[in-house]
Design a binder for this molecule. Structure first.
Ligand code: BT5
Length: 262
């Protein structure tokens, strides 16, 4: 994919927001490449896309399997001083889920940062903020979408929980088209986020996996909470009600739905 080819696929709004597009062959991680550019003064709207990652990352040091034929994209935000960025991953999730619509796949959002298709993970988001003495100086939002992946190519422990556009639709998809769709939807949700965070939160909830009112288990900083998933709050935190009726607000962590018997 070339930067020009990707730019030609953008809407006017996305083409205005996107500054520079760097397309790379093999990188360690597009987030790392973009963080380096951010340190050197890159502007909001700088985008890095790579064909392959050798050290693709998830959260908490986990790996993101990054074979060729899939999308690895990062973009840079320069939030105004004092701006809240806690809903950025949710807005990015909405953008990815809506981009999948265009490819004929119903993407659903799972707190905090997964995009699922038929209950399997098709995309992940890794937002990393860097701060200086004045506060958050930049946020790098990294998006990985399994486009033409055959899940059988993945390590055994990931295979059964992963899917791709190819696996869902039984046809190959154009990675550049998916990249452009993500950016086009992103600029709309980023605008919405700046105007009215509650709208993003509502839209995210509407697009989320149907686990409101169901029992979930959430692990956060080594602590485990089991209870009923109630909502996400204004900051994008998951609200879980435990059996004693207390509401726990979980800012970050991992969540899974429990079967009634669990
Ligand atoms: C994520 O982390 O889901 C965030 C993934 C973000 C990847 C993008 S690619 C562009 C940018 N550059 C980077 O280096 N990263 C970003 P997390 O919620 O921690 O999920 C990681 C877990 O997902 C792993 O432990 C596996 O279980 C599973 N996994 C790994 N690779 C996968 C894949 N390709 N498809 C589905 N599941 C995968």
């Amino acid at each position: 994919m070339t930067g020009e080819a990707l730019r030609r696929l953008l809407s006017d709004a996305a083409a205005t927001w996107v500054q520079d597009i760097r397309t790379e062959g093999t990188v360690t991680s597009t987030n790392d490449v973009l963080k380096e550019l951010a340190r050197a003064g890159a502007l909001e709207g700088t985008v890095v896309v790579a064909d392959v990652q050798t050290a693709g990352r998830g959260r908490q040091g986990r790996a993101w399997e990054s074979l060729g034929g899939n999308l690895f994209l990062s973009f840079l935000l320069r939030p105004p001083q004092g701006a809240s960025v806690s809903l950025v991953p949710l807005a990015a999730g909405l953008a990815v889920a809506e981009a999948l619509d265009g490819e004929g796949v119903d993407g659903r959002l799972k707190w905090p940062n997964d995009v699922l298709a038929n209950d399997k993970k098709i995309a992940g988001i890794l937002a990393e903020a860097s701060a200086d003495a004045r506060g958050i100086d930049s946020v790098v939002v990294g998006i990985g979408v399994n486009v033409n992946l055959d899940p059988a190519q993945l390590p055994e422990d990931v295979r059964d929980t992963a899917t791709s556009l190819l696996a869902e639709t039984k046809r190959a998809h154009d990675v550049a088209v998916v990249a452009a769709a993500v950016l086009c939807r992103w600029v709309l949700w980023y605008d919405a986020l700046q105007a009215d965070g509650a709208r993003v939160r509502r839209a995210w909830r509407d697009r989320s996996v149907a686990w409101w009112g169901r029992r979930v288990e959430v692990t956060s900083s080594g602590e485990r909470v089991t209870g009923v998933a109630r909502d996400i709050d204004d900051a994008g935190a998951l609200v879980v009600e435990t059996d004693d009726g207390r509401q726990h607000v979980v800012l970050s962590g991992d969540a899974r739905a429990l079967r009634p018997a669990d």
